[in-house]
Design a protein around this ligand. Sequence first.
Ligand code: AKG
Length: 207
Amino acid sequence: MSVGFQASLLDDDGASGPGPLAVRRTVLGDGAWVDRCPGWMRGADALFERLLDDVPWHDERRRMYDRVVAVPRRLAFYRRGETLPDPALTEAKARLDAHYAAELGEPFTTAGLCLYRDHRDSVAWHGDRYGRGATEDTMVAIVSLGTPRPLLLRPHSGGPALRFDVGHGDLLVMGGSCQRTWEHAIPKSTRPCGPRISVQFRPHDVR
Ligand SMILES: O=C(O)CCC(=O)C(=O)O
């Protein structure tokens, strides 16, 4: 694939897979919160390259009003029980399941992957409201790899956006009512940038 990523010079201590899960929580309001653990995924350079090469990325087209348009990112989706494309992601899911077991009350079951090839790829404002995210508190845990991009969050009822910069190896978890009371987006950038891979772990029937 012709998507190049400038590997990090700091990612060379030989460790791989998720590190200790020490999260810091930001309360957003309306019952929503965000947990962050910067640099959680060790060996992120090599994982990025493996996912770029090994994941069966596909393109999608979606109806927007009276037109069908290309989705501006490449995608892959792993359903409940499907083997994840890398052992580091299997380990990440196990660590997240253990850490959030009491608060979430169920495991993460699916993994959605997005490949943002450059600054023109994006995801528009939305909440993950297909299924139970529309009516129930839940969590969406995102591991970010590659070029840092801003993940924006704004209240569904209106108001200014908050900016969370998601960098190489970072974990960001949206929780509580976040999917129904807030919206999130990865905006296009006017400045050229390299590729980013996002791995989103979600519980059953949250999409
Ligand atoms: O790229 C991300 O981190 C967010 C992806 C996302 O919001 C989605 O695919 O629904």
